[in-house]
Design a protein around this ligand. Structure first.
Ligand code: GAR
Length: 202
């Protein structure tokens, strides 16, 4: 069987994209690198993609009359690259049901909080401001809601008395870089099964 092709949607720095791409290049994840699409022209991830020899695209949301039209342009590129799995790695747009349907149970996101707590933007800040003692991150399949899809993996991070938002966020990011590649590996090895909205790991 041929290796699944993994493509990426990003908006910025691209550290999670890099964590996954490194594991693909090393052969730890049995997959091929597809393309990377950014909705931001100056996303650092676009440069990182170049360093892997990947095709990368800035698809400007401002050029389309609706979110679906913007997504249609992205889907065209993703299809052309034969993408089997779409990774949203710091992609700061909510995908519409149109996109989600096209790649049903084939889009995986990382969120910097322990879902279902603190969905949406600035998950780390929401948790820090609430004074949680245990923070963390979550990988999940994307469904029609905002950060509501079936949970795949989670990692916890203890909040220290002297933590700042920055120090906490950076320890959460370290955990993101561990669970996201592991999650992609499980998917590519065919080990994830969704039954009644719950992910079972074979
Ligand atoms: C990561 O912390 C990721 O969890 C978060 O954006 C950051 C992207 O960093 N995603 C969200 O908040 C999605 N709601 P990166 O570009 O270095 O991977």
């Amino acid at each position: 069987m041929s290796k699944p092709i993994v493509s990426f949607l990003v908006s910025g720095r691209g550290s999670n994209f890099k964590a996954i791409a490194d594991k693909i290049v090393q052969g730890y994840i049995n997959a091929g690198l597809g393309i990377l699409i950014s909705d931001k022209k100056d996303a650092k991830a676009l440069d990182i993609a170049g360093s892997y020899g990947m095709d990368s695209f800035f698809v400007d949301p401002g050029l389309y009359i609706s979110r679906e039209e913007h997504e249609k342009a992205m889907i065209k590129l993703l299809k052309k690259a034969d993408s089997d799995l779409i990774i949203t790695a710091g992609y700061m747009r909510v995908l519409t049901p149109y996109f989600v349907k096209k790649y049903k149970n084939k889009i995986i996101n990382i969120h910097p909080a322990l879902l279902p707590s603190f969905p949406g933007t600035n998950g780390q800040k929401q948790a820090f401001d609430k004074g949680v003692k245990i923070a963390g991150c979550t990988t999940h399949f994307i469904d029609d809601g905002t950060d509501t899809g079936p949970i795949i993996m989670q990692a916890t991070v203890e909040v220290k008395e002297n933590d700042t938002l920055e120090s906490l966020s950076s320890r959460i990011l370290e955990e993101e870089h561990k669970i996201f590649p592991e999650t992609v590996k499980l998917f590519c090895d065919g080990k994830l099964k969704i039954i009644k909205n719950k992910v079972h790991i074979k």
